[in-house]
Design a protein around this ligand. Structure first.
Ligand SMILES: [Zn+2]
Length: 141
């Protein structure tokens, strides 16, 4: 199986699939447990996030990106969460985020537009963030 992980430049910034530097840094993506150092993110997710960020026109706040299985369990994540690389062929496929410049419902619409027919999306209005993932099927909740 070919792992299509998003590339990073020498300073740790993610690159889009066309090779341009994004506004997302590996430090924002790493698991919050501070005990693992997983850094493989699906390239499609990085592309969707940067396209969304370009529409927002300002900072995106990352709530949760890569999670190791232990951290996922600790935060009450789904059993086969798309945040966990080990459950998805070694690639992280999900990020939770918000922005002070746009409400979560609108953010979800923008990100969903870039997601196309395959992927998962949810606007957690009461918790103030959007979940986006690049799973191989369509899911909205
Ligand atoms: Zn971890």
């Amino acid at each position: 199986m070919v792992i299509e992980a998003a590339l990073l430049d020498s300073e740790g910034w993610f690159l889009t699939s066309t090779g341009t530097r994004t506004n997302f840094h590996i430090k924002e993506a790493r698991c919050r447990c501070r005990e693992c150092d997983l850094d493989l993110v699906d390239q499609r997710l990085v592309d969707v996030m940067q396209a969304t960020r370009d529409v927002v026109g300002g900072p995106i706040h990352v709530t949760s990106w890569i999670r190791c299985p232990q951290h996922n369990a600790r935060v009450g994540g789904a059993p086969r969460s798309t945040h966990v690389p080990q459950f998805w062929g070694g690639l992280n496929k999900a990020v939770d985020f918000s922005s002070r410049l746009m409400g979560v419902n609108e953010l979800a619409i923008v990100a969903g537009r870039f997601l196309g027919p395959k992927g998962g999306i949810s606007a957690y209005e009461s918790r103030g963030f959007v979940h986006v993932d690049v799973r191989p099927t369509w899911a909205m909740w």
